[in-house]
Design a protein around this ligand. Structure first.
Ligand SMILES: NC(=O)c1ccc[n+]([C@@H]2O[C@H](COP(=O)([O-])OP(=O)(O)OC[C@H]3O[C@@H](n4cnc5c(N)ncnc54)[C@H](OP(=O)(O)O)[C@@H]3O)[C@@H](O)[C@H]2O)c1
Length: 341
């Protein structure tokens, strides 16, 4: 079968298309015939060596954590009825060499979650990193839910920075479904339209508007949770618009060092939370998977169509180009079409 592999970290051309052996399932594993491999910033960062802690952990790595497809075989201990099930894939290549940029991939059974009837493979390949991260951020409020569901965030006001980003967009969809009032920041009218379609109640253009004043006027009692993609740039405004005991969920970095004013954060008991999806507690990961599955069943996580992020399709042979598109910050979801399932 065909697989994309890399044997050293580096620029996109370390990615090579190879003929490799078909995987067979070990105990507790499933084999998935991949329909789409979803690309996220983490995939090019891992490939480039930007986030690797040293040399590659394995002699050869197939990139990309997210994906979707159909289970074709199961290993010992896995319900044989899973064969034929349509699934979405999370963390295929975390501490494992075998991501989704290949025709078939072997995974621990729980990394392949059932995709509800009617939910497309395109959606399935878009939820792993973005929606699980958004779920974690949205469930960090002290007095808030740990698992999202319809209505679970009623009465909460959420600020999602970068509402047309993959994580931001998923966060708006989840928060809106959960009943929160959603404010988002964007940098253009086109991104404002995408955020509105996802369910944002208030849009602030951070390039042309005074974000602090706008949000203070919208959320007179303050914001409960901020989802932060650019903490160095936004921390001061976040601090001002948060209500006492409010939470800033920081899931990305826009530099190395963050300066936090101590007394001004202490007085209102602000919560600064940092998120790295790979290493959140196991229970929180399970909660996120449960919440995302509920949202999928309620058909709230959209991509493409008129209310989802635009889709950009590549072939397995174009995996380098797919990584480059994500690295350049393309608006929308980058999907590699692997098989016609
Ligand atoms: N810690 C984790 O576990 C975790 C999980 C997922 C993602 N991440 C990281 O989170 C980042 C975003 O991931 P993604 O997949 O959502 O990427 P993406 O689709 O490229 O979205 C990033 C968004 O952030 C917006 N943005 C940039 N600067 C901003 C600012 N100052 N204020 C408001 N919005 C701003 C961008 O739009 P404009 O530039 O037009 O504003 C863009 O829409 C990446 O660095 C990724 O590696 C981390």
């Amino acid at each position: 079968m065909k697989a994309v592999v890399y044997e050293r970290t580096g620029p996109p051309d370390v990615l090579q298309v190879r003929e490799v052996e078909m995987p067979s399932p070990k105990k507790g594993e499933v084999i998935v015939k991949v329909a789409f491999s979803g690309v996220n910033p983490t995939d090019w960062k891992l490939r480039s060596g930007l986030t690797a802690l040293g040399p590659l952990q394995f002699p050869q790595v197939v990139p990309n954590q997210d994906g979707s497809g159909t289970i074709t075989a199961v290993g010992e201990g896995v319900d044989p009825n899973r064969v034929g099930q349509r699934v979405w894939i999370w963390e295929a290549a975390h501490q494992r060499p075998s991501g989704t940029a290949q025709e078939f991939t072997a995974l621990p059974s729980d990394h392949a979650q059932e995709l509800p009837d009617g939910v497309s493979f395109e959606v399935g390949a878009s939820v792993g990193v973005p929606a699980l991260t958004a779920h974690r951020c949205l469930t960090l409020a002290e007095n808030g839910p740990r698992i999202l569901d319809k209505g679970a965030l009623e009465g909460f006001t959420v600020l999602v920075h970068g509402g047309a980003g993959a994580v931001g967009h998923a966060a708006i969809q989840l928060a809106h479904w959960a009943g929160a009032r959603v404010i988002t920041t964007v940098s253009s009218p086109e991104k404002a339209a995408l955020a509105t379609a996802a369910g944002a109640d208030h849009i602030v253009n951070y390039k042309t508007q005074d974000v602090t004043n706008e949000i203070s006027a919208i959320a007179k009692n303050g914001v409960d949770i901020v989802l932060e993609v650019a903490p160095i740039k936004n921390l001061e405004l976040d601090r001002v618009i948060l209500r006492p005991n409010g939470t800033i969920a920081i899931y990305a970095n826009d530099g190395d060092q963050l300066t936090i004013p101590i007394r001004a954060s202490m007085a209102p008991n602000l919560n600064y939370r940092f998120i790295m999806l790979y290493t959140i507690p196991t229970e929180a990961k399970q909660h996120a998977i449960t919440g995302v599955n509920k949202a999928l069943r309620d058909d709230v996580l959209k991509v493409g169509e008129e209310n989802g992020l635009p889709l950009h399709f590549f072939t397995l042979d174009q995996t380098r180009e797919a990584h480059i598109a994500v690295e350049k910050g393309i608006t929308g979801k980058v999907l590699i079409k692997v098989n016609d399932n």
